[in-house]
Design a protein around this ligand. Structure first.
Ligand code: AMP
Length: 504
């Protein structure tokens, strides 16, 4: 009998695996010590050993240069993109330009690609799952953020291949959360998945009709997450210390690291308590060599005042995305929470105000995505009685660059997938040999501000005068948001093969 297909939530901060039994009951795969999540961290220690998960996390402060976290945010992005500039400011490891304008990370003196790093994390989940289930796991359904573009999705497939894990299907995280909520209900409702994790925010509107999960619209902000809440609190702590002692701790990296850790802990505790003491002993030296401690009490209302503008931003997105779905907030039947930062009471209260209903308690913000992936995985098994239809949308437009460097839109944002369109190209030179087209993904108006998916070349065109050879190119986006192209000579019907190159 084939081994089960597991579900994997490949998260930015933590990853989690889940599996369904033969009755469709899902269990999260426990890691050593009973934890259900594995930190998405990879490191190489000074002896050259690979460390993944808790082992990597434990030694992070001592070995920041060789400890990689947040890799998911860099997978499949161009070196020139804003996210890379942001990450370089925030991380201790070296990020450099790779061969194909992608990214290379230097860990333990080795140049690694992002797919190598993601593959180690997938490999770890697979290893944990195999030992828990007592059989060699070979196949998985893996979730990705709804905003992931074609390149990023391809990157996840490659990462799986590198560790011999067949990724049978990629599904979007919000869709997985909706599956966790509605898989066993014969229901007809619209749900909003409000996902605020460590680094990103997104909202998706999904309609569930019996077993059909249709994404109506999706959108978000890749620069808004829990880390921004931490930063707001850190600024407050620094300014309070400066007022009391006239010392700016921002210039002291070791003090900053300690404050960062403490600020996050205090932020998390403030979700359960109204006041939390914050204490970091011997944070610095006063003039005369006297050690100074950092001591203050942080109240929940202080944190709320400091971060209200961040919460407001999420509701700007909510208003836009719900409008794009053709709905009003009051027409959303359930709000599902995903991501650790949604535990903040202010967020839950604001959701209740905005949607006119409290968020659903029936899915767990840290577990829903892995559970949904495992349910989907089980639905692919012949023995399963579950069958789902997932109808998704493209998170960003896909366009081709025209000769004048402007864009011709092939698929608009929020268009349903799978989808197909065709464009007829005519040669513009005598005996033109090939047809080259650059394809980008993004909603920006210019080529430069979008992500290059690839340069496709159809070679060996039939010889003929300018304008006499017509090539019809069919662009297909799969249900998973992955683009493929075919072309044929319209007059002879000959199919043409292509090569793809990704570069700047
Ligand atoms: P995720 O990416 O979903 O694992 O979310 C991680 C983010 O959630 C981090 O910024 C955490 O600080 C934040 N977080 C986790 N638990 C809580 C909590 N109880 N209250 C507020 N934020 C939290």
């Amino acid at each position: 009998m084939k081994s089960p297909i597991i579900g994997i939530d490949l998260g930015t901060t933590n990853s989690c695996g889940a599996v369904s039994d033969e009755n469709g009951n899902v269990t999260l795969i426990p890691y050593r010590g009973g934890q259900f999540t594995v930190p998405s961290i990879f490191a190489i220690d000074d002896k050259g050993n690979d460390l993944v998960g808790y082992e990597a996390q434990r030694q992070w402060q001592l070995n920041p240069k060789n400890t990689v976290f947040g890799a998911k945010r860099l997978l499949g992005v161009n070196f020139e993109s804003e996210i890379v500039r942001e990450m370089i400011k925030r991380v201790g490891y070296e990020i450099k330009r790779g061969d194909a304008d992608d990214i290379t990370i230097v860990v333990g003196g080795k140049d690694l690609r992002l797919t190598d790093i993601s593959s180690r994390i997938l490999g770890k989940i697979r290893e944990v799952a195999s030992s828990y289930l007592g059989e060699d796991i070979k196949r998985a359904v893996v979730t990705v953020p709804a905003y992931y573009n074609d390149r990023q999705r391809q990157g996840v497939y490659e990462a799986g291949e590198l560790v011999g894990l067949e990724i049978v299907r990629i599904i979007n995280e919000p869709t997985a959360a909706a599956l966790a909520y509605g898989a066993r209900k014969n229901t007809n409702e619209s749900v909003a998945v409000y996902d605020l994790g460590g680094g990103t925010f997104d909202l998706s509107v999904i309609s569930i009709r019996d077993r059909v999960f249709e994404v109506r619209s999706t959108g978000g902000n890749i620069f808004l997450g829990g880390i921004d809440f931490d930063n707001a609190l850190i600024q407050y702590i620094l300014s309070d210390f400066n007022t009391q002692h006239g010392i700016d701790l921002a210039t002291d990296p070791i003090a900053m690291q300690r404050i960062r850790d403490m600020a996050e802990r205090v932020k998390v505790d403030l979700s359960a308590r109204h006041e939390v003491p914050l204490s970091v002993p011997f944070i610095t030296m006063a003039g005369g060599g006297k050690p100074l401690d950092l001591n203050m009490i942080v109240r929940r209302v202080d944190l709320e005042a400091l971060t209200a503008h961040l919460v407001d931003k999420t509701f700007d997105t909510c208003a836009r995305v719900i409008d794009e779905a053709g709905l009003k907030p009051s027409e959303i039947d359930q709000v599902l929470l995903v991501g650790g930062q949604t535990r903040m009471p202010l967020i839950q209260n604001r959701i209740a105000d905005f949607f006119g209903k409290v968020p659903s308690k029936s899915v767990h913000p840290d577990e829903a995505v892995a559970i949904g992936a495992a349910l989907y995985a089980w639905s692919l098994d012949d023995r399963s009685d579950l069958r789902f239809q997932l109808l998704d949308v493209l998170p960003m437009a896909i366009s081709i660059e025209k000769a004048d460097a402007t864009l011709h839109r092939l698929f608009g944002r929020n268009c349903s997938v799978p989808n197909q369109c065709q464009v007829t190209f005519t040669t513009h030179r005598d005996n033109q040999k090939d047809l080259v087209m650059r394809i980008v993904q993004g909603d920006a108006a210019t080529v430069h501000d979008n992500t290059l998916l690839g340069e496709f070349t159809f070679a060996d065109l039939r010889p003929g005068g300018a304008g006499s050879v017509r090539v019809e190119v069919v662009f297909t986006v799969s249900a998973e948001g992955i683009l493929s192209l075919t072309a044929k000579d319209l007059d002879t019907g000959t199919q043409m093969s292509h090569t793809v190159k990704i570069e700047s």
